[in-house]
Design a protein. Structure first.
Length: 423
């Protein structure tokens, strides 16, 4: 069958790789894709938030399955658009409904959900402009560090952690005052959790689930986890501290109650759930839900998925996840992300990328890349490429990714030299 994959990042390049390995996938289209996804299918110059345009190509290209990579179309209701249009009734759609995507789209919604279904997470209070003065009073007596989260989607920038109560009060006012636009019209203030983070990926049809390889990503721009947050600078699968005991806790305390909650609320959830967790003295707490796969976790996770991804997607859309099994590659995988100089602040685009053909033994996933008029591959975003490798240990995998990263050049290229430093 023909498949349409929505998105343009390294995550989508990795998904495109695995989807097209399946004998079930006839033709893959990617909207809008990047210079790398062309390797596996046809890029379509479409905005995934333009639902009418998606409908037109789905009918034109005889698409039977749509897989949504990023969160924004889901939070805006792309799944509902597909479900509610009789002309699209035969099209399978992988991704949760608008309401279910609130698990990512609204931090306050996710907190209420976790509380209701007994899922371990940091204690919190939520405030709006109407309750600003209560929020200011609450912060005056809060323990530091203080975690402030804009309720809505803020492109990974909506979380601020401060050590000073006065600064936190000012930040609360700024957020409620529109610092992150509408995303900050409600602010969640959370207890700080001190521990080590990891990412668990689940594929569900809303009832049953399978667990994909576990990963850890590195969000900060700087060595030693310093500086501002980015979309993600690297990933490792499998992080060794996530042992069988920890996974049993995650399954019983987090994944199963999450699925029970989804059913109790009648949420239409067929797709990936990315659970951001933190291990505090060996106990898992949920930091956040995402209604999609992670980037750059997907690059390492897909490397270790030895099961037909397309078949898994179809089990999810067809409510047959009870039939699914997941075969995980025993070798370890690690990903190093190459970014534009200046990212996550402002950066220039259009720098010619060289050395891609010198890479050997690793896979290079494209993110912010495009082909220019001369046919050269040029930078087109903050995160540009992700280099993913295998190894018997994650250290070996990382060493190979670094060896190959050094062969790739573009003006201003930057990457973290210490992915996996804390494992
Ligand atoms: P989020 O967007 O909710 O994933 O938060 C972004 C990052 O902020 C997380 O990856 C954590 O590193 C950090 N963070 C979020 N919530 C907490 C918390 N309650 N305690 C400590 N760190 C947190
Ligand atoms: N790497 C974190 C994310 O995809 O949100």
């Amino acid at each position: 069958m023909n498949v349409l994959l929505l998105g343009a990042g390294g995550r989508e390049h990795a998904l495109a790789w695995r989807l097209t390995e399946s004998p079930l996938c006839k033709q893959l289209f990617i909207a809008p894709g990047n210079a790398g996804t062309e390797e596996f299918g046809t890029n379509l110059a479409l905005n995934p938030n333009d639902f009418d345009a998606l409908k037109t190509v789905v009918l034109e290209k005889n698409i039977s399955l749509v897989v949504c990579g990023p969160e924004e179309p889901l939070v805006r209701g792309v799944q509902n658009f597909f479900k509610n249009d009789p002309a699209l009734s035969q099209v399978r759609f992988l991704g949760p409904s608008k309401e279910a995507a609130q698990l990512e789209g609204s931090k306050a919604y996710a907190k209420v959900f976790m509380q209701e279904f007994g899922i371990p997470t940091a204690g919190y209070r939520a405030f709006t402009n109407e309750t600003l003065s209560e929020g200011v009073d609450y912060l005056a007596i809060s323990k530091t560090p203080i975690v402030l989260k804009a309720d809505g989607l803020a492109a990974g920038k909506g979380v601020v952690i401060l050590n000073d109560r006065g600064e936190a009060q000012a930040e609360l006012k700024a957020m409620l005052d529109g610092k992150f636009g509408d995303a900050g019209s409600e602010v969640v203030i959370e207890d700080f959790l001190d521990g080590i983070e990891f990412s668990v990926f689940v594929l569900t049809d809303g009832k049953d689930f399978v667990t994909l390889p576990v990963a850890k990503d590195y969000k900060r721009i700087g060595v030693g986890d310093t500086g501002p947050n980015t979309g993600g600078m690297g990933s490792v699968s499998h992080p060794p501290f996530v042992d069988a005991d920890m996974m049993a806790k995650v399954e019983h305390r987090v994944i199963k109650p999450t699925l029970e909650g989804i059913q109790a609320r009648g949420l239409d959830y067929k797709g990936f759930i990315f659970i951001g967790l933190i291990s505090v003295e060996g106990e898992p707490y949920v930091i956040e839900y995402n209604c999609r796969m992670g980037d750059p976790e997907t690059q390492s996770v897909m490397a270790r998925l030895n099961t037909d991804l397309m078949q898994l997607c179809l089990f999810a859309t067809d409510s047959e996840v009870y039939r699914a099994t997941v075969d995980i590659e025993p070798r370890q995988a690690a990903t190093v992300v190459l970014v534009s100089g200046g990212y996550p602040g402002s950066y220039e685009k259009g720098k010619v990328i060289t050395g891609l053909n010198d890479v050997s033994g690793s896979r290079v996933f494209h993110a912010g890349t495009k082909r220019d008029a001369d046919g050269d591959i040029v930078t087109n975003g903050g995160r540009v490429l992700a280099v993913t490798s295998y190894g018997d240990t994650f250290q070996e995998a990382l060493a190979l990714s670094y060896e190959n990263a050094r062969k790739i050049h573009f003006k201003g290229v930057n990457y973290r030299s210490d992915i996996g430093f804390d494992l």
